[in-house]
Design a protein around this ligand. Sequence first.
Ligand code: E4P
Length: 254
Amino acid sequence: MEIWIDTADINQIKEAYKWGIVSGVTTNPSLIVKAQKKYGISDFSMQKYILSIFEITKDDPVSLEVTSTDCEGMYNQAKNLHQTFSEYGKPVIKIPINPSEENKANYDGLIVTSRLAKEGILTNVTLGFTPEQALLAARAGATYFSPFLGREDDYIKNKELKHDNGITGGADLLENIMDVLNPYGFSTKVISASIRDISHVRNSAKAGAHIATIPFKILEEMAKHEKTAEGVKLFVEDSRKVPEYEALCNYSSS
Ligand code: E4P
C-alpha cells in the first residue's frame, strides 16, 4: 500500500518526504484554509505556494480539489488546474462524486470525471461513502476513488445508526469497496481517506487499499512505540560497556 500525506502544510510535506515513505499528497479546500492561516499565503501567491509543494513531490501525484459544484464549472477548473501545474509535476483533480443534492448536479461529478478521463487528465473522485459510488467512479474512468473512513464512522456514530446502507463503519466501507471493485480489474485505484487513527491505516492495508492518505500527526504515531524508545536506551547504555564494538561501528575503511 502506498502512503500519501493528507495535508497542504508545506513543512509537514517536506518533513514526511524526508522520511522516504511518502509517494503523493492530497489536499482539499479545508486543508488549504489551514495552510493559509498558518503561513499567511496571501503574502505571496497561492500559485507559488502550491508550486512549492510540486517542487517537493516532483513526479508524485498531488490532489487539488475543484470548488465549483456544477458540470461546466468543475470541468473548467479541472482544466485550469491541470494546465497551471502539469508542467511542474503530476496534478490530480479532485472531483466530488456527487457535488450537490440540492439541485440537478447529482451526476455532474461523473459527467466531469468521464470527460476528463477521455482527455487523459488524472482525477481523484472524492467524498465517497458507498461501494456503489466507487463502482460508478470506476466506470467513469476515475484514476483514483477516495472513500472517507473517519467521516463514515462519525456519521454512523453521530446519527446512532446500526449501519449506513448496510455499511457498519469506515473500515467496513473500504472492505466492501475493495470486494466490489477487485473482481473486475478496473484501473481505478482506491485511496483510503479521512484517516483518524492508526487502526484506520492498518485496516486500509488489510483490506488491500492501493493507497492510504494520512495526516502528518498519524504518520508520527505510526513510527512510535514506547518499548522501541526504551529498547534503544538500553542498547546505547550497553554499547558503552564494549568500547571495542563502538570503535568498530565508527571505523571507516575508506
Ligand atoms: C482526502 O482526500 C480528504 O480530503 C481528507 O482525508 C479528509 O479528511 P477529514 O475527514 O479528516 O477532513
